[in-house]
Write a protein that binds this ligand. Sequence first.
Ligand SMILES: [Ca+2]
Ligand SMILES: [Ca+2]
Length: 110
Amino acid sequence: MQTISTTLDAYGAFSKRVNAPGNYSVRARVPKYLPITVPSVSIAPQGFAYLRLHFDVPGDLNGDGVINNADLLMVLFAFGSNSAEADLNNDGVVNNADLLIVLFNFGRSS
Ligand SMILES: [Ca+2]
Ligand SMILES: [Ca+2]
């Protein structure tokens, strides 16, 4: 599978020149959420595609595509601090709310 890296704009759009226009499987990541895969994205000869991406499974703090012990440990080690890296709900503190997000989604992968 060919991998292309690009940056989405605020509307989730990207433009990327590809070697061959056609259908691609697009895997997208944002920090702290499980990545999502969108199959059969048609990329035009000009390299444009417009996607509506919805990231709905938070908890993947280390970005490896699975929510497991590694993510849990990141929350536990940062517990009580203001570590932005482990602050899943972005409220400025790492606490029970962040822990529950990891536990609720524990074992999920994409
Ligand atoms: Ca993870
Ligand atoms: Ca928090």
